[in-house]
Design a protein around this ligand. Structure first.
Ligand code: FPP
Length: 253
């Protein structure tokens, strides 16, 4: 096919609208270099910035990343403090660049437990980019899939939704990622093959790609390999391939 963007090797239908990533492997990447784990997280931020721009170039509308899970508080205090500080540094270093490139930033997660400084940085990022529409980057921070389901139920109850009125569509509107369609492609770097409480509700029909690549090493080649794997998948959403043809053949039988 011909197209002006050299990265768009597939037809638009083959390109996932929404990609979600568990950015795993920063610690091991640093260890291999005899450096502290923080060094890996720092490199992970650079990898994230490159990846969001690469996704935008390829026509992906939404990128959602797992930056800090509800369980990450269990890490050593030094690492948790380092990660919080890194967010402030990353916002100062990259916010203008991402804003200028048309990236809309949204923060997803429980903000009640983070510092006022961090909350202010998130608000600054969201406000500065709120009119951008090239790609939406949702940063899941102090986020967990189970937390999300519980907070959605709580909000629905607080809104007076009755038990017999609650269905999947209604509850979905209360989920923290309600601004985005469900992820089509779910990538996890770092070699582990598990979901780790990420997007439990939204990933019901996502296609999964697991790679051994450590997150700071993730680049164009790994992204394109994941997109190529996605393009080869046969998505049925619990139905059958080409449901319309199947229904017609049943009728004429
Ligand atoms: C998992 O690697 C990675 C994290 C827990 C943190 C991911 C965070 C970033 C890439 C930085 C995000 C920053 C901003 C500004 C959004 P790991 O530490 O579990 O690595 P390991 O499995 O090799 O130990």
């Amino acid at each position: 096919m011909s197209c002006s963007n050299p990265h768009l090797v597939h037809s638009k239908a083959d390109i996932p609208r929404h990609v979600a990533i568990v950015m795993d492997g920063n610690g091991r990447w640093a260890k291999k270099r005899f450096m502290p784990r923080f060094f890996g997280h720092k490199a992970g931020v650079d990898s994230l910035v490159k990846t969001v721009l690469a996704c935008a170039d390829r026509g992906i509308d939404y990128l959602t990343v797992y930056a800090f899970s509800s369980e990450n508080w269990r890490r050593p205090t030094e690492e948790v403090t380092g990660l919080m500080g890194l967010v402030l540094v990353a916002v100062a270093k990259y916010l203008t660049k991402l804003a200028d490139k048309g990236v809309r930033i949204r923060i997803v997660g429980d903000r009640t437990q983070v510092s006022d400084k961090l909350r202010a940085a998130w608000e600054q990022a969201e406000t500065l980019t709120r009119d951008n529409n090239r790609i939406t980057l949702s940063v899941c921070f102090n986020y967990g899939g189970r937390w999300d389901i519980v907070q959605a139920c709580r909000q629905a109850i607080a809104d007076g939704v009755l038990a017999n009125e609650l269905d999947e569509d209604k509850l979905a509107r209360y989920m923290a990622l309600a601004h985005a369609p469900d992820p089509d492609l779910f990538i996890r770097t770092g070699g582990e093959v598990r979901v780790s409480n990420f997007l439990l509700w939204q990933a019901a029909y996502s296609e999964f790609v697991f790679t051994d690549c450590l997150w700071p090493d993730f680049g164009d080649a790994e992204l394109d390999a994941a997109l190529a794997a996605f393009a080869r998948r046969d998505r049925r959403f619990g139905g059958v391939k080409d449901a319309a043809t199947h229904a017609e053949s049943l009728q004429s039988a």
